[in-house]
Design a protein around this ligand. Sequence first.
Ligand SMILES: Nc1nc2c(ncn2[C@@H]2O[C@H](COP(=O)(O)OP(=O)(O)OP(=O)(O)O)[C@@H](O)[C@H]2O)c(=O)[nH]1
Ligand SMILES: [Mg+2]
Length: 328
Amino acid sequence: MGAEEKAGVNTQDIISALKGHMKEGYKFISNAPLSESDHYYNRNPSLGDQMHCLVNVIAADRISLMSVEYIKKWKTIRETASSMVEQLNFLLYGLVGAGKSSTINTIRSIFEGRLYVNCLAAAGSTTSQTLSFGSYRLEDEEGSFPFAFYDVMGAEADAKAGVNTQDIISALKGHIKEGYKFSSNAPVSESDHGYKRNPSLGDQMHCLVNVIAADRISMMDKEFLNKWKTIRETASSMGIPQVVFMTTVDCACELTKENLQNIYKSKKIQEKMIQCSNLTDLKQDKRDGVMKEKEKRYRAGTSMNVNGKKKCRAEIIKPACLASINKP
Ligand SMILES: Nc1nc2c(ncn2[C@@H]2O[C@H](COP(=O)(O)OP(=O)(O)OP(=O)(O)O)[C@@H](O)[C@H]2O)c(=O)[nH]1
Ligand SMILES: [Mg+2]
């Protein structure tokens, strides 16, 4: 329903819709906003039910005719939308030593223009170097980007080793506080100091970044694949888009090792991407080949669609897209 100075759509209804509380089919009433007892009220909206972008539609020939009352209503709505999600959260998941921390270092190096080499595991290490839940924000001299990358302990095939699958699910839902120390055989519990009881949309993860080492795809154990499937399915059910980030492309192909810019010419890497796609049910995005030279130099990033639907893009490493998601 359109907004009006004194009537029109109720501002509270727009706020409820932004938060995902409004079910489809609800009939607007100007002077009675949606209440919790209403049949159309969604008590526990998921990330997928909530709005991810507020599109403000303005008629060019009526801009100067907008009343003070209308501008006030509109400001309330814009301020609510801004406060709901201040940044997009990316959670990295993958086997021990897959290159999760390196991926974050690479992205930071690209955006901040200086080299990061924090928290890296020794090559071939069998236990995780990253032990606690940490976030990394990006900023350059002009300010911070509205993104945060969350690093976690690496996964292992053994049921009692590596990051606990339940902890990743809690992290996706925003229940884990920064600094939480992972314990393989005891996932975070509600009584834990590192547990956040009522996470907001801003605390939740908005993208699951699956990090895979290109030279280890065929060596993944069934046990790990099962854990990974559980996590991907949870992310999908929450409406969280996913990308796959392939690392160690230099170790998987001689041509790429010689020169990373050969990555899109490499049949071996193409095969690895198909292997990944088959393993994960994530469809390969045909637009991958248009990544910028700068990105290619660092790492092979690939965007995937979930269950055949166009749900995600490799926006994490596309500066052009960053500009359009910048905070108002
Ligand atoms: N050659 C090569 N080495 C890489 C690449 N990415 C990561 N590495 C190396 O692989 C090792 C493990 O990388 P990390 O980024 O620490 O892996 P991780 O997934 O964070 O590991 P954990 O925190 O232990 O689970 C480090 O020695 C990195 O330098 C890559 O693209 N090419
Ligand atoms: Mg790490």
